[in-house]
Design a binder for this molecule. Structure first.
Ligand SMILES: Cc1cc2nc3c(=O)[nH]c(=O)nc-3n(C[C@H](O)[C@H](O)[C@H](O)COP(=O)(O)OP(=O)(O)OC[C@H]3O[C@@H](n4cnc5c(N)ncnc54)[C@H](O)[C@@H]3O)c2cc1C
Ligand code: FES
Length: 259
């Protein structure tokens, strides 16, 4: 699939909470060819390495791509300092995203924290068939819940301190959702311990499961090996290193060798 390097205008910038920002980027070719679960590699000021940020939503009518990100270090702090009307140097869309939308009729999307944004466009592609289980630390850092409500049947919320929705981890409320709805697939994104628990849940209920992994990245296009991760071939069980940036970030959960 082709990737493009474009100067993308920041059409709008919103602060969702604390250091979490929501940008809408104009991006003709990138918006036209992006799919859910792919990512953009964004040049951040003088940083040599671009920073990967997931496609959150594609707005076809505006030929625009929405991204949501948290400030983690200097690169994302630089990004957070940009304002509406400025241009970003963006490479994308990159990676192998979520797919098989026609194959499932009762999917559950499971997002933990910053794992929620890449699932929003995924929810849209299911056209109302998906439910979502979203987990956050507390009520102050919940995000996109109204957006998910627009595109999903039910949206289950869990917070670790119980300040919103169910008290506990998202995997607890995901388990109830899987049981009550007889889900036929799981699409998940979030921290590795969460994904590992989701993979175990999918194995227990024998449900197809797709997970989006995060690794530190260098080039973002399969040329430097920084993002290598160990996987096993689901058919013959043979181990092999794959690139999260090129072969992923989305893998079948059964292919991932969990730490
Ligand atoms: C495919 C992919 C999609 C992503 N999508 C999003 C997104 O939609 N929204 C978002 O907020 N973030 C996302 N990230 C994470 C984001 O890329 C990092 O937060 C960012 O690169 C940090 O850059 P920095 O210069 O601000 O911080 P740095 O100074 O580079 O790092 C700050 C801290 O973050 C850690 N870190 C850096 N990169 C990663 C990474 N890839 N995974 C885990 N920890 C990391 C570092 O170890 C360090 O502790 C994604 C990462 C990948 C690989
Ligand atoms: S980041 Fe360079 S190979 Fe993946």
């Amino acid at each position: 699939m082709p990737a493009y390097q474009e100067k993308c205008e920041i059409l709008s910038k919103r602060n969702l909470y604390g250091q979490c920002y929501d940008f809408l980027l104009a991006g003709g070719k990138i918006a036209d060819s992006a799919s859910p679960g792919q990512f953009l590699n964004i040049r951040c000021g003088e940083k040599v390495l671009r920073r990967p940020i997931s496609v959150c939503e594609i707005i076809d009518s505006a030929k625009a791509v929405r991204i949501v990100f948290d400030v983690r270090g200097e690169g994302t702090a630089w990004l957070a300092g940009r304002t509406q009307g400025e241009y970003l140097d963006v490479l994308g869309p990159l990676g192998h995203g979520f797919d098989s939308f026609e194959q499932y009729s009762r999917p559950l999307l499971i997002g933990g924290g910053m794992g929620a944004p890449p699932l929003l466009e995924t929810a849209k592609r299911f056209g109302g068939k998906a439910d979502a289980a979203l987990g956050f630390k507390n009520a102050c850092c919940t995000m996109l819940t109204q957006d998910f409500s627009k595109y999903c049947g039910k949206v289950h919320i869990a917070t670790e301190d119980g300040s919103l929705g169910e008290c506990g981890y998202v995997t607890d409320c995901a388990r109830s959702a899987v049981q009550s709805r007889a889900c036929d697939a799981i699409y998940a994104c979030g921290p590795v311990p969460m994904l590992k628990a989701v993979a175990a849940l999918a194995r227990e209920f024998q449900i197809d499961c797709f997970v989006s992994l995060e690794e530190r990245m260098g080039c973002g296009i399969g040329a430097c090996l920084v993002c290598a991760c160990m996987t096993v071939n689901s058919e013959d069980g043979q181990p092999s290193y794959r690139h999260v940036c090129k072969d992923g970030p989305v893998f079948r959960s059964g292919e991932v060798v969990w730490p």
